[in-house]
Design a protein around this ligand. Structure first.
Ligand SMILES: [Ca+2]
Length: 329
């Protein structure tokens, strides 16, 4: 009888805790429930993944179906562009763009019309298909909005899709360049060039810790994406973001919706290594990757001292992006 009563007491207690969690009411010692849009948790691996839904297509005639050569795309002679009857693998159209470099001309085809338009601080998902017929050098898509290193030089012999995400650091025209290698006659084809906006709230999975916390979480990502952690979050416009892009580790502050990069420094990447933000005093943040401090201590007093924190990812599980449940440090 005693054990039954005790069991009921425990159940009642647990119910109350669950209730508090459901209401996102902080109770000392118990973080609130995870709040997110579309994230999934895999109990088998202990890893979370985002599921961001990209918005409307911003590139006009990125599928190269209109015009021959495709309308909106340009080249400097004697290099040439042509609409060719070869749709990328699995595509629904009938034409791609063929870019051939000739000495003295441009080593890219590009848009002059300010398309796609970009907005500062907005996260974007960029993808394209590429097939190189000749050349072994610098072919890739280059996006003028801080995307210089987003995609590596590549010359796939068969149609290959490249996908990545980035945050625009200025407002204006997002000039797209379809690069080819620079030996006379080098030749690369492109199709389904796409730029779509992401929704920031879908990139976050956060909970209320009831106090400012440092967090540490293992992060795994594919090339082109960004995965990390969030601390000092008070709302979608004010928080501190730490992430890795396989080359650098970054610390970015969001203040009233404006993002400012505080740290961007090389940090040797490996799947599952821990990204971490520690506090060295109430307003001084430290970025760590793989237990090594990256960059210097940062005064983040301009960021309101929010008590929420959690995970960040611009890609999904199918993109190869995962974050482990953060631990408080
Ligand atoms: Ca096409």
């Amino acid at each position: 009888m005693y054990s039954l009563m005790r069991s009921r007491q425990i159940q009642a207690y647990l119910s109350q805790e669950e209730l508090l969690r459901e209401k996102a009411v902080w109770k000392p010692g118990f973080p609130g429930p995870w709040q997110h849009a579309g994230w999934t948790y895999d109990p088998a691996t202990g890893l979370w993944s985002a599921n961001p839904v990209a918005g409307a297509e911003l590139v006009t005639n990125g599928n190269m179906e209109t015009g021959d050569p495709p309308t909106g795309w340009n080249v400097t002679a004697p290099s040439t562009i042509d609409g060719v009857a070869e749709e990328r693998t699995g595509g629904s159209g009938a034409q791609s763009i063929d870019v051939v470099f000739h000495t003295g001309g441009s080593y890219y085809s590009w848009r002059l019309d300010g398309n796609p338009p970009v907005v500062i601080n907005q996260w974007y998902k960029i993808s394209y298909w590429q097939k190189t017929l000749q050349g072994a050098g610098r072919a890739r898509l280059y996006w003028s909005i801080n995307a210089a290193t987003l995609f590596p030089h590549a010359n796939p012999a068969d149609w290959t899709q490249y996908t990545g995400t980035t945050r625009a650091t200025k407002t204006g025209a997002g000039y797209l360049y379809l690069d080819v290698s620079t030996t006379d006659g080098d030749n690369t084809r492109y199709d389904d060039v796409s730029v779509k906006p992401l929704t920031l709230s879908e990139l976050l999975c956060i909970r209320n810790y009831g106090r400012q916390v440092g967090l540490k979480a293992p992060a795994t990502k594919a090339a082109g994406f960004q995965v990390g952690i969030v601390v000092r979050y008070s709302n979608i416009n004010n928080f501190l973001l730490a992430y890795h892009d396989r080359t650098n580790a970054y610390l970015v502050k969001y203040v009233d919706g404006e993002a400012t990069q505080l740290i961007g420094a090389a940090a040797a990447y490996a799947d599952g290594r821990y990204l971490e933000v520690r506090w060295n005093g109430a307003d001084t943040a430290q970025l760590y990757y793989n237990d090594v401090q990256i960059g210097t201590d940062q005064d983040v007093s301009s960021v309101p001292a929010g008590t929420w924190g959690g995970m960040f990812s611009t890609g999904s599980a199918s993109d190869g992006c995962y974050v482990g449940t953060p631990t408080v440090v």
